[in-house]
Write a protein that binds this ligand. Structure first.
Ligand code: C5P
Length: 202
């Protein structure tokens, strides 16, 4: 039997860190589905047509630090609003979720659209101010300058685009467990997520 953990939530809420830790803890495979949209966004920035880029995506396209830039994140959230792009990426995600060793997928619509029957659904969130501060700290650690106000505006803009789009908007599944990480350390947030998975995995 397959076992799928769906982790959704807005940018910089901690879902990637939590998803990686949960996958490592239980020996499951992990897919950061944001990378699919980032890879399509990067191809579009290089001149490709969005739907064709999504259809032609290969695992190699998901590698590289170049996908982590703010410009690619913006492009990703724009292509992610195109229904044909989303449709082209569904099969890859569902095949990954069906792996026999279990899978953790993180993104925006895993619990609502991609894996509505996932055994565990977590919706990881944090206040926009808290997420902007974390992003600022991440950038500072890489030696990249930024201001809190600019990053907060980017966080809010991406939240609005992801939540207000017509196709697969960012929202918690009705049966998702909410995990607000605003006042939690990484260790505390991971421990809560691991406990949720352990409780359902038996
Ligand atoms: O999570 P990450 O910041 O890498 O995602 C980049 C963008 O890809 C998001 O802002 C969102 O628009 C889109 N995305 C999505 N559905 C997913 C994962 C990401 O629409 N499952």
């Amino acid at each position: 039997m397959t076992f799928t953990v769906a982790i959704d939530g807005p940018a910089a809420a901690g879902k990637g860190t939590i998803a990686r830790a949960v996958a490592a803890h239980f020996g499951m495979a992990h897919l950061d589905t944001g990378l699919l949209y980032r890879a399509v966004g990067a191809k579009v920035l290089a001149g490709a047509a969005p739907e064709a880029a999504a259809r032609a995506l290969t695992p190699d396209d998901l590698k590289g630090e170049a996908l982590r830039t703010q410009a690619v994140a913006e492009a990703a959230s724009k292509v992610a609003a195109i229904p044909e792009v989303r449709a082209a990426l569904v099969a890859f995600q569902r095949t990954f979720a069906a792996r026999s060793d279990g899978a953790v997928l993180d993104g925006r619509d895993i619990g609502t659209v991609i894996c509505p029957a996932a055994q565990v659904k977590l919706y990881v969130t944090a206040s926009p101010e808290c997420r902007a501060q974390r992003r600022l700290d991440e950038l500072a650690a890489k030696g990249i300058a930024g201001t809190f106000e600019t990053i907060l505006a980017e966080v809010r803009a991406r939240d609005a685009r992801d939540s207000e789009r017509a196709t697969a908007p960012l929202k918690p599944a009705a049966d998702a467990v909410m995990l607000d990480t605003s006042d939690l350390s990484i260790e505390e947030a991971v421990a809560r997520a691991v406990a949720e998975v352990a409780a359902r995995r038996g």
